[in-house]
Write a protein that binds this ligand. Structure first.
Ligand SMILES: *[C@@H]1O[C@H](CO)[C@@H](O)[C@H](O)[C@H]1NC(C)=O
Length: 417
């Protein structure tokens, strides 16, 4: 274990050297304990609301109802590629009744208290929320605590419902409450790709929560963490913060200070009458395509798996009258079309292709077994008529073509001479 982890460390360091010229820890945007408990002042950082220093952590909210607190870095981020690592600890007396959660920010307006986990609504920038409230009244499609990331340009309110958070570009469930060790989040923003990693096991292993491409954030915004409690509460503690500047070689620097925050791909549309309609239609179409694909994929293997048990006896019985007992693979071949026949109703396209095969086979068998059946005779007659008709049409076509060719040659010869 030791050697492999050493090897991994060396290897990853080597990779970093190859791909990123320099990872610089920004001291003025990083924070480590121990802290001077009781004081409310930190160099480079601003505190708001109930946030205060404890010895081992900055407590954004105590385990009391209706508190909100935040910590924001005083320095705007000027690099286009950065990482924000936060070690946090959410813990409280409540077993199921707790709240509300934490938010990690890269936003335009620092230290502005508000309803979104202790910070302002209609924010501009990136918000990554850990919603810890188990709301029994409104069943959710996802488990809580739930992490969701939203890029907002200031025009949409925060809204979380059973679907998730409006405007979400990515999210995941995480176990991050009442653990014995602090959890870690790493928010990596490199080349317009936002990736969030979590380490909640205390084993120094990162798992990816989500990765979102096409995320456009300006420079000059501020990093912060905020938290609030409602009717129910938790201690929301920040243990340490590390901010990294990634300097990527050969990357042409661009001025992004005037960029409006924008995410190309939303997992969940924003809650706005105008915008929602647009986005929902797209989602529905996507989902339908996915559903159809999923159904097709599901149905085909399921049918193949389900059907084999019943049909074997049928072909065996039918094979018996035939003298071809030696050929073993034939019954296997005959088994296949039969499940396909059963699968026809849910799959419209294959119908046309599949139908003729079994019909022909069935008819042939019937012919062999019982020739005098009127239905078989009629269908045989019909077939003869069809084939005859096609032959006549082909013959006429060939005849006409030859005639036309001959005429053309005649004309050509006339012209030449
Ligand atoms: C903010 O985002 C919405 C939705 O993406 C968009 O309609 C609006 O134009 C954006 N505002 C600005 C100033 O870019």
């Amino acid at each position: 274990m030791r050697t492999s982890s050493k090897f991994l460390t060396i290897f990853s360091a080597f990779l970093c050297v190859l791909t990123i010229e320099a990872i610089v820890v920004k001291q003025e945007s990083s924070l480590y304990g121990p802290y001077e408990a009781g004081t409310g002042h930190l160099a480079y950082w601003g505190l708001s609301g109930s946030a205060h220093l404890a010895e081992t952590a900055i407590r954004l909210t105590p385990d009391e109802a209706a508190k909100q607190g935040s910590i924001w870095n005083n320095y705007a981020i000027l690099s286009n590629d950065w990482e924000f690592h936060v070690q946090f600890h959410i813990h409280g007396k409540g077993v199921h009744l707790n709240g509300n959660g934490l938010a990690f920010w890269y936003a335009r307006d620092p230290l502005t208290p508000g309803p979104v986990f202790g910070s302002r609504d209609y924010f501009s920038g990136l918000g990554i929320f850990i919603d810890t409230v188990e709301n029994a009244a409104a069943p959710h499609n996802h488990r809580h605590p739930y992490l969701s990331a939203v890029v907002n340009n200031g025009s949409f309110p925060y809204h979380h419902d059973e679907q998730g958070t409006a405007g979400q570009i990515g999210g995941c469930h995480l176990q991050a409450r009442n653990l014995e060790w602090p959890s870690k989040i790493a928010i990596s923003y490199i080349s317009d790709v936002l990736t969030v990693f979590l380490d909640t096991q205390g084993t120094e292993t990162w798992t990816q929560c989500f990765r979102a491409v096409g995320v456009h954030l300006p420079t000059g915004y501020f990093l912060g963490v905020s938290a609030n409690t409602g009717e129910y509460s938790d201690n929301h503690d920040i243990v340490a913060i590390t901010t990294l500047d990634n300097i990527i070689p050969d990357k042409i620097w661009e001025d992004r200070s005037y960029l409006v925050p924008y995410a190309e791909y939303l997992e969940i549309p924003f809650v706005s009458a105008h915008y929602q309609r647009h986005a929902v239609v797209e989602e529905v179409v996507e989902h339908k395509v996915e559903e159809i694909l999923a159904e097709k994929q599901d149905v085909i293997p399921e049918v193949k798996v389900e059907v084999p048990p019943p049909p074997p006896p049928q072909p065996e019985v039918k094979v018996e009258p035939k003298p071809e007992v030696k050929v073993e693979p034939k019954p296997k071949i005959k088994v296949e079309p039969k499940p396909e026949v059963k699968a026809e109703p849910p799959l419209p396209p294959p119908k046309k292709k599949v139908q003729p095969q079994p019909k022909v086979k069935v008819e042939k068998q019937q012919e062999v077994k019982a020739e005098p059946e009127p239905e078989a005779k009629a269908s045989f007659l019909r077939k003869v008529i069809y084939i005859g008709g096609i032959a006549v049409i082909l013959y006429v076509a060939v005849f006409m073509f030859r005639k036309y060719n001959a005429q053309r040659k005649e004309r050509m010869q006339k012209r030449l001479y």
